[in-house]
Design a protein around this ligand. Sequence first.
Ligand code: CMC
Length: 392
Amino acid sequence: MNLFTYDPGYKSTASCESKITYIDGDEGILLYRGYPIEQLAEKSNFLEVCYLIFYGELPTQEQYEEFVYVIKHHSMVHEGFRDFINGFRRDAHPMAIMVGMVGAMSAFYHDSTDITNPSHQEISAHRLLAKIPTIAAMSYKYTIGQPFIYPRNDLGYAENFLHMMYAVPAEPYHIDPLYAKALDLILILHADHEQNASASTVRLAGSSGANPFAAASAGIGCLWGAAHGGANEAVIRMLEKIGSANHIPEFIARAKDKDDSFRLMGFGHRVYKHYDPRAKIIRKMAIDIINKTSGNDPLLNIAMKLEEIALTDEYFIEKKLYPNVDFYSGIIYKALGIPTSMFTVIFVMGRMIGWIAQWREMIQDPERVIGRPRQNYIGHASRDFVPIDERK
Ligand code: CMC
């Protein structure tokens, strides 16, 4: 029988060559196209970062304006989506709706799905990036029984999402610039992260020649898991369960117990064996936002205490477990009034550009082959069929 190199979870297998994102997990470095995440977070904005990730260079003023124009003018979705979404149960999780809606884009926009055509690749990318906030807000409005709100092209990307989430026909929604800025920053921090589980899923799904909408939908399904993007929702549930600082030691003990499946959500990372640079930025932002809004958030206090205790605990030190991007993001979302079920949806909004840049890089690779891992078979050797009346 064949024996292949066995690498569960692909811990040491490079699945591709990529020019998009660089991570040095030991040093806590993250670069998009060579630019440090700290500089992009401080000096750029989400759409500019999207341009950088997708096209490989920062845009000139003219290129930036044209890109923003194009993205804004793709922001509406086909009216058929309204009928489509009505088929879901009202109590569906917004992520479940997202998987369906993004997958269904290939039924509405099949005029741009010739994956060998570079201009189709670009239009599909623009459509995904432009429509994802609209679809995300629809997935929320549907679950709370409110009418869908159309996008407004006079608003920025994050502003528009907040508008579609919270405005109602009876009343406009006042968009707080602080909230829009915070959301824009969060989107930058989530924009790409090289070959994580969902990006790898998008590449693998797309490697068969599947259209980018189908591949992105596969990525959304993957991101939903609690070990990946679903962790931001799980962190808030965990902090609520902890309830107060004096219960922290009990949860730390559970996280260390090999016989208990509980893990500290928002802690640990496959690549970072150092503080996640995104978590550093988000942590600071969480403190700023709470100071500027409620002034005090019991969950932030628990999170900070939990971090302090974990980072001085031998188990976490030895295993190099630090807070990751999901640890503090939920606290910011909560402060912005975003419901917990939408946390991972916002991760999708940020990550969409990374997925489509990864997808395009894979499609344009002259060496592209279908992704098809091998296995080491450990089942039965060949045996004869037994008729049903002779089986024991
Ligand atoms: N709490 C307690 N122990 C942990 C944790 C944790 N959060 N994370 C890892 N460990 C332990 C784990 O039990 C294992 O111990 P041992 O060597 O004794 O078996 C060791 O650390 C290595 O863990 P692993 O599961 O082999 O590491 P991995 O690289 O496969 O997993 C991870 C990475 C992120 C899935 C994992 O750290 C985890 O489950 N964290 C909690 C979920 C989470 O926060 N996910 C978000 C990840 S970052 C954003 C994203 O990708 O979306």
